[in-house]
Design a protein around this ligand. Structure first.
Ligand SMILES: Nc1ncnc2c1ncn2[C@@H]1O[C@H](COP(=O)(O)OP(=O)(O)OP(=O)(O)O)[C@@H](O)[C@H]1O
Ligand SMILES: [Mg+2]
Length: 154
């Protein structure tokens, strides 16, 4: 399913945060974002913007969930932020109970493509492309009706 895809370019980390905040303001409980792209491409920076748009208190530190693997932040909608990079086995993810939490939160999954079977069918896939000049391009793909609605509002 293809949304009329806006050209999303972040020239700086601050612009990446601003893009995240714009999307974060649109999110509702049950929304899931798959953030895909190589190391350092801006996924966590974007997630910090999402937190801002979800009205997560600014004193919360939104960083790559390393030790805990998944972080939950309070906000206008609770924000669940997970990173599949260091997860080796699907069983580790099952223990985190992510799937049971999808309905009550807005969820962002960094490195979601490592375990695609854990992503709900209707999600917004955002691919981060680092361009040679330091800018990043975001390619947005909706996989269901709700994701299409979010992408259309972006
Ligand atoms: N245009 C840009 N957009 C986003 N980040 C940028 C940009 N230019 C420079 N940066 C810097 O690049 C780094 C991106 O790191 P970030 O942690 O967001 O990436 P990541 O995709 O989450 O990496 P990882 O896969 O390791 O989790 C940050 O230090 C950020 O300040
Ligand atoms: Mg990261």
């Amino acid at each position: 399913m293809e949304a009329p895809s806006p050209e999303l370019i972040a020239a700086t980390a601050a612009e990446m945060r601003a893009l995240g905040a714009r999307l974060g303001r649109l999110l509702r409980p049950g929304d899931v974002l798959a953030l895909i792209g190589p190391l350092g491409s801006g996924k966590t920076t974007f997630a910090q913007g999402l937190a801002e748009g979800l009205e997560v208190p600014p004193d919360r530190h939104v960083a790559s969930p390393t030790f805990a693997l998944v972080n939950q932040h309070p906000g206008r909608v609770p924000f669940v932020h997970a990173d599949f990079y260091r997860i080796a086995l699907r069983e580790e993810l099952r223990e985190l109970g992510l799937e049971e939490g999808y309905a009550g939160a807005a969820t962002a999954l960094e490195w979601a493509d490592r375990f695609p079977e854990l992503i709900p069918a209707d999600h917004l896939e955002i691919t981060f492309v680092a361009q040679g000049d330091g800018t990043r391009r975001l390619v947005v793909r909706a996989t269901g009706p709700r994701a299409l609605q979010i992408a259309g509002a972006l």
